[in-house]
Design a protein around this ligand. Sequence first.
Ligand SMILES: [Zn+2]
Length: 232
Amino acid sequence: MRNPDRTPIGVDLGEYNLYTACPAEMPDSRGAYTISGDELCTRLDELREGVAALLASDYDRDTVVAYVSQRRDELLEDLEDAARALCEYASAYDRPVLVTEDSHYAPDLWAWLTDPNGHRGTAWLLPMAHLRLRAVAAEYAIEVTTVPEAYSSQECHGCGVIGDRPLDKTLRCPNPDCRVDVVHADYNAAKVLAQRYSPGQRCAYRSPPPITTDERPALVADGGPRSPQEDA
Ligand SMILES: [Zn+2]
C-alpha cells in the first residue's frame, strides 16, 4: 500500500537527460529537475572506440581490462555526483519518495564495449544510473520505489491518452479535450511515473481500482471520453 503522506517524485532515466525528476503535483515543466547525460554518453562512445583499438593492438588482455576498470570508476564517480544532486533536489520536498520505472537490465559494460549490437543506454548507463540512485538515496534515507514502465514514455500525463512523438524529445497529446498540447517527453514521463505511485489516478494501461462501474473512468481502449485535468 502506498503511503499518501509521501511526496512522489517521478524520475525518468535516459541518455539525453540522465535524470529528469518532478513531483506528481508539479504544475509545469519549468519546475522539473534535469541532469544531462550528454557527457557520459560521449565518454562511453569514446571508451568503446578506445577499447576496440586496444583489442586490435598488441596490448595483452589484462592491460585492456585495467584500462576499462579505471575508466569505469571515473564514470561511476560522475554517476554518483549526479545521483547526489538529484537527492539534494528531492530532499527539499516533504517526505519524498523517488518513483522510477522497473528496470529489466543488469549493467554490463563489456556488452557495450565489445558487442557489435550493444546499446549504450540499456547495456550499462541506465541500469547503472538506477543502481547508483538507489544506493545514494539510501544514504539520504530517501525511499526509491518502482512502478510498471509500460507506456510511461508515451502516455500523456494530463489525460492518459497515448501521445505522438512528432519531434525528438517531445510528446504531443492527440486528445482535443486535454490542455496538454506538446510537452517535453522526459518531463512527461517523470510525471507519469510520479502519478503511478498513487492508486486511483488516471493511467489508461493499468488495472483500474475496485470501484463501481459508474465511477470507473473510461479507458482509452473503450474509446470513452476523458476530462481535461487541472495539472496539465
Ligand atoms: Zn492529454
